[in-house]
Design a protein around this ligand. Structure first.
Ligand code: PLP
Length: 606
């Protein structure tokens, strides 16, 4: 069953349709079973078919090879392609114009089964020959990759696919046979290329590499930030890039200023419009007109007043929902995003404990007060992510109730992080934490939302942070930590996190406190798995290697925050120079580079 949601454009006389699908049984009830007294059987078929679209698989950056998930992916793809086909055939009697009229963008690897599904439809149902069907298919699809974490890449077992989608696996084998003969032609005698590029992974149980299928079956593969695209070309999909360099594009992600400034931060939106007009709502680059206002003392006062008002609004909201109070005069230091080890919420916690120890060791010195806010959901089966949430809450309990600390350091965990909570949190933020291990965050979009609302970023050279730095200027962002290249070198020479622990007494103290139950006196060993992963299991995301650099960068942040005028100048310049990260620009790039469509003129009626 189709569920339609109209999506009105912003003052452009256009409404698009968002069509979603639910699996719905055509028969509520089997009366023959019911009459026999078999009441369970009477509803079983209905239950079994409707379960296909009942749950959204909650994993973030982790592949789970469940049969129901494969059925769900196929269900959504099949419904969509049937709908596309029905609509196309209303106006066309053959398929010569199909790829002129239809573009299908694979939003990540999950819908890649659409490639053999379109082939199946064109060949088995519409009776085209293989070559023609393949040409149409490749010209129809584009593929956007969203992650390079190896555990996220979909690899379906061949035996499962043979059972659930037997015709599709036949088609995949034929795509692979033809593709590998092209590979043999392009890389003669290279069994390495044959192995690395095959759609079938034959190491252990045979599996279909859905990302390889997506690249081979589409005319465009794109990453979502410049660094991410470079990593796709030079590492993850290197042989595919060598074979099809013209198929690879970068399209850096963006966010919509209509939600992430105009709606969520009405006071700031109004101040901006009062001074430079409202052109930015449709063309975010017009924010550049704010640059001279960074030098205007009166404007800076108004800018700061709005930030304070947003902080009060968030505090009020949190008091209602979580019953805790925040010191609004403190720096709001926020990290809100899904909880994942690669995003390094744990590094943030290490820094909070470091600050805690520093204040306790010297309670009379001057400190820049901070309210550290961490929020985000963990996937239900991700035990380490849940333990990190428990650690945040446990550290918060100790820090927030220590009379020596007073209001100078606070830690809060925001439960149930979601878009509505993001809309309240982001406008109230002074410092945006974007601290993933270099090379792990494909783009990030939270980073863009914060900068658009006047937060300064502390971040690594990862994802779109690199492009944000280029836009706002090196003086207006806080960069720390190892680069992708440095991490690669450290890995090659052998990374020993234990050395960092032994050589840095402050780091050692922080980790020992977590390990010996300082924050969990009732259960002193509850956080041992976290300590073990850092010290004895290789510290996969290089927290210990980046710790010292992070701490000293945070000291620069604290120093600057005390200079309110300088901080505000940088805040204004961040907003003024962030315009390129509008999703309007991203979508224009997809239209031009991938879909080959140009804008229709819009006639505005008054
Ligand atoms: C923007 C957004 C994200 C993505 O945040 P990142 O920091 O880029 O991971 C996640 N969740 C919600 C609710 C968001 O609004």
């Amino acid at each position: 069953m189709a569920y339609d949601t109209p999506i009105p454009g912003y003052r452009n006389n256009t409404v698009n349709n968002l069509r979603l699908w639910a699996a719905k049984s055509t028969r509520e009830f089997d009366f023959s079973y019911f009459n026999e007294g078999n009441y369970i059987r009477a509803v079983e078929n209905k239950q079994r078919s409707e379960i296909i679209s009942k749950v959204l698989y909650p994993n973030d950056d982790k592949f789970e090879g469940k049969e129901l998930r494969l059925k769900q992916e196929y269900f959504f793809v099949s419904a969509t392609l049937q709908d596309v086909m029905r609509r196309f055939k209303k106006g066309h009697h053959d398929f010569s114009k199909f790829n002129d009229k239809v573009a299908v963008q694979l939003n990540d690897t999950h819908p890649a089964i659409a490639i053999p599904e379109l082939m199946r439809t064109l060949i088995d149902v519409e009776h085209l020959d293989w070559e023609k069907a393949w040409e149409i298919t490749v010209k129809t699809f584009g593929y956007t990759n969203h992650t390079i974490l190896p555990e996220a890449l979909e690899k379906w077992s061949v035996s499962l696919m043979e059972r659930v989608l037997p015709r599709h696996i036949q088609i995949i084998y034929e795509i692979n046979r033809r593709f590998l003969s092209e590979v043999a032609y392009r890389f003669p005698g290279s069994s390495e290329h044959q192995q690395a590029m095959s759609l079938i992974d034959e190491n252990g149980e045979k599996k279909v590499c859905m990302a390889h299928l997506a690249i081979v079956g589409s005319h465009s593969t794109n990453g979502v930030a410049a660094l991410h695209t470079e990593l796709l070309k030079s590492h993850v999909f290197k042989p595919f890039y060598e074979m099809f360099p013209e198929r690879f594009y970068n399209i850096t992600n963006g966010i919509t200023q209509r939600r992430w400034l105009q709606k969520c931060n009405p006071e700031l939106a109004q101040l901006i419009t009062k001074n430079i007009g409202d052109g930015w709502v449709k063309n975010l680059q017009e924010l550049k007109k704010l640059i001279p206002f960074a030098e205007d003392k009166g404007f800076r006062d108004e800018w700061r007043k709005i930030k304070l008002s947003n902080k009060l609004r968030l505090t009020e909201y949190l008091m209602h929902n979580n019953t805790f109070a925040i010191n609004v005069n403190a720096m709001f230091d926020c990290q809100v995003k899904r909880i994942h080890e690669y995003k390094r919420q744990l590094l943030n916690v290490l820094h909070v404990i470091y600050l805690y120890n520093k204040i306790r060791a010297n309670p009379t010195a001057e400190y820049t007060p901070r309210s550290v806010i961490i929020g985000g959901k963990a996937a239900p089966g991700y035990a380490t992510a849940k333990l990190i949430i428990k650690l945040i809450n446990s550290v918060a309990d100790v820090v927030n109730n220590d009379p020596v600390i007073g209001g100078r350091l606070r830690l809060y965990f925001l439960a149930n992080y979601r878009v509505s909570l993001a809309e309240n949190t982001i406008p109230a933020t002074d410092l945006s934490e974007q601290i993933s291990t270099a090379g792990t965050e494909a783009s990030g979009t939270g980073n863009m939302k914060f900068a658009l609302n006047g937060a300064l970023t502390i971040g690594t050279l990862d994802g779109a942070n690199i492009e944000i730095k280029k836009e706002v200027g090196d003086d207006n962002i806080f960069i720390f930590g190892m680069t992708v290249e440095e991490i690669k070198q450290l890995k090659n020479k052998g990374y020993s996190p234990y050395d960092y622990y032994q050589k840095n007494p402050e780091l050692k103290e922080v980790i020992d406190m977590i390990g010996n139950g300082h924050f969990s006196p009732q259960h002193p060993y509850v956080f041992r798995p976290i300590v073990d992963s850092l010290l004895y299991q290789g510290d996969q995301y290089f927290l210990l290697a980046d710790f010292a650099s992070y701490v000293s960068c945070q000291e620069r942040v604290s120093r600057l925050y005390r200079d309110r005028e300088e901080w505000t100048k940088k805040s204004i310049l961040n907003v003024a120079r962030i315009g390129v990260f509008s999703s309007d620009r991203s979508i224009q790039e997809y239209a031009q580079k991938v879909w080959g469509v140009s804008a229709s003129p819009v006639i505005l009626t008054p």
